[in-house]
Design a protein around this ligand. Structure first.
Ligand code: ADP
Ligand code: VHF
Length: 389
C-alpha cells in the first residue's frame, strides 16, 4: 500500500534512519544561516560552531561534504550594491567577490580544528555531463580519501541563466547523489517540512518522516524564496526527489541555533525523506538500467574473473572495443563467449580505448601521450549482472 503524505506524517519516529549509520554526509548551508542580512557579513560564531560539529563527525570516522551558499550575499555588500533584486551580471560580480571571503572563512575556521578544506566550484554540466561528471566525482572522492572536507558552491561567475542551478538545494542533491552519500542534510531557517507554509498557517503541522513524495507533499510548499535565499521549500522538495531516487536519504533541519549537527545527532526535530535503496545499489541500477549503452567492450576470462571478485577493468584484459562513445558514457561488457556480464562508465573515448586495449596500465602514457587513469572502468563505475537484484 502507498502511504499518503499525511499518513507518512504519523509514521513512528523509529522509521527514521539511524544518524550514527550515516557514514558519508553532504551538508547544505544556506546564505541566511551563514550571513547577517543587516551587515552582509559572515556570522563568525555560527561558522565556528559548524567547524566544531564537522570536526566531531570526522572524529567519528565519517566523511563530510559541505555545499555552501553565501557568495552573493557576502559579495554584494563589498561592492556597494543596494538591497533588492540583483541583475544577473551583478549577482555574478557579487559571487566573484564573496566566494573568496567564503572559501577563506571555511579554510581559517576548519584549519583551527585540524581540518583541510578544498574549494570545488561546479556548474550543472560538471555534475550531469558524463565526461565531466567522472572528473568531479573522482576529485571529490580523492579529497575525501585524503581526509579533506570539500566545500562546494555553484560556479556562479561563469554560469549563465539557462545553465545554472540558481539554488543550492538542487546542487547539493546532485553533489550528494554523484558522491553516493548516505544522507544529505539541508540546514535551513526552519526545522523541517510543515503541512503548509508556517508563516501564513499557524496551525500547520510538522512532518517527521516522508516515505514517498506524493503530489500532496509537493503541494505543502509555498512560494519560492526570499531576497537572500533562493529556493524556499519548493527547491527542497525537488532536491528530496533527486536524492531519494538515487538512494540518498535527505533531512531538513534547523540551523538557526549554534551546533545544528550536534542537535540533529541528539534527536532535534527535523523532517527525513527516506530513500528505499542504498546509494551504491541505486547507482549500479542507474548505470545498468537507465543509461543508454554507446558501445561494447570485450574482455578475456582473466578480466571477467577479476571483475566478479570486485576489481576494476584494466585495459590489459580487453580483447576488443566497438561503438562510438565518449569518456564517461555507458558501455556493455561482454566475456569471451559474447555474453553480457555487466555495464560500466568508461574512462576513455572509443578511439583511445581501442588503442590501449590489451596493453598494461603503465603503457597508457606512452600510447596516448598523456597519463590517464589506470582503469578503463573503475569498480565504482561498474554494474555487474550478478550484483543486481
Ligand atoms: N510547507 C512548508 N514547510 C516549511 N517551510 C516552508 C513551507 N513552505 C514554505 N516554507 C518556507 O521555506 C523557508 C525555507 O526555505 P529558504 O528560505 O529558501 O531557506 P534556506 O536559505 O535554508 O534555503 C521557510 O522559512 C518557510 O518560510
Ligand atoms: N551560489 C549562491 C547560492 C544561491 C542559493 O541557493 O542560496 P540559498 O537559498 O541561500 O542556499 C551563492 O553562493 O550566493
Amino acid at each position: 500500500m502507498t502511504l499518503s503524505g499525511t499518513q507518512s506524517a504519523r509514521i513512528a519516529l523509529d522509521a527514521r534512519p539511524e544518524w550514527r549509520n550515516q557514514r558519508r554526509i553532504a551538508i547544505k548551508i544556506g546564505s541566511a544561516l551563514l550571513t547577517d542580512s543587516e551587515t552582509g557579513t559572515l556570522k563568525k560564531a555560527w561558522l565556528e560552531a559548524i567547524g566544531d560539529d564537522v570536526a566531531e563527525l570526522k572524529a567519528q570516522g565519517r566523511e563530510v561534504i559541505l555545499v555552501s551558499s553565501g557568495a552573493i550575499a557576502l559579495g554584494r555588500r563589498a561592492l556597494g550594491l543596494a538591497p533588492g533584486a540583483l541583475k544577473l551580471e551583478e549577482a555574478q560580480a557579487s559571487a566573484a567577490v564573496g566566494q573568496v571571503t567564503l572559501a577563506h572563512a571555511y579554510q581559517t575556521v576548519f584549519r583551527e580544528r585540524g581540518i583541510t578544506t578544498a574549494q570545488i566550484l561546479v556548474t550543472p554540466g560538471d555534475t550531469e555531463e558524463r565526461r565531466r561528471y567522472l572528473n568531479a566525482r573522482s576529485t571529490i572522492a580523492t579529497l575525501l580519501k585524503l581526509g579533506a572536507v570539500p566545500v562546494v558552491n555553484e560556479n556562479d561567475t561563469v554560469a549563465t541563466a539557462e545553465i545554472r542551478y540558481g539554488d543550492n538545494d538542487r546542487l547539493a542533491a546532485r553533489v550528494a547523489t554523484m558522491m553516493t552519500a548516505d544522507c544529505l542534510v539541508l540546514l535551513s531557517d526552519i526545522d523541517g517540512l510543515y503541512t503548509a507554509p508556517p508563516a501564513k498557517n499557524p496551525h500547520a503541522q510538522h512532518i517527521d518522516v516522508v516515505t514517498q513524495i506524493t503530489p500532496e507533499i509537493e503541494a505543502m510548499a509555498g512560494d519560492a524564496g526570499t531576497e537572500l535565499s533562493r529556493g524556499g521549500m519548493v527547491t527542497k522538495i525537488t532536491a528530496a526527489k533527486l536524492a531519494v531516487s538515487a538512494g540518498t536519504h535527505m533531512v531538513i533541519a534547523s540551523g538557526k541555533e549554534l551546533h545544528p549537527l550536534r542537535a540533529l545527532a541528539n534527536g532535534a526535530p527535523c523532517t527525513w525523506f527516506l530513500a528505499s535503496a542504498n546509494p551504491v545499489a541505486a547507482r549500479k541500477r542507474w548505470i545498468a538500467g537507465t543509461l543508454e549503452p554507446k558501445g561494447v567492450v570485450l574482455i578475456d576470462d582473466g578480466a571477467a574473473r577479476a571483475l566478479r571478485s570486485g576489481r576494476s577493468l584494466l585495459p590489459a584484459g580487453v580483447t576488443g572495443v566497438s561503438g562510438a562513445f565518449e569518456r564517461g558514457e555507458a558501455v556493455i561488457i561482454r566475456d569471451g563467449h559474447g555474453c553480457e556480464i555487466g555495464r560500466g562508465l568508461i574512462a576513455y573515448c572509443a578511439e583511445e580505448a581501442a588503442r590501449i586495449a590489451g596493453r598494461s596500465s603503465h603503457e597508457i602514457e606512452a600510447t596516448l601521450g598523456y597519463a590517464g587513469r589506470a582503469a578503463l572502468i573503475h569498480r565504482d563505475d561498474l554494474a555487474l549482472l550478478h550484483d543486481l537484484d
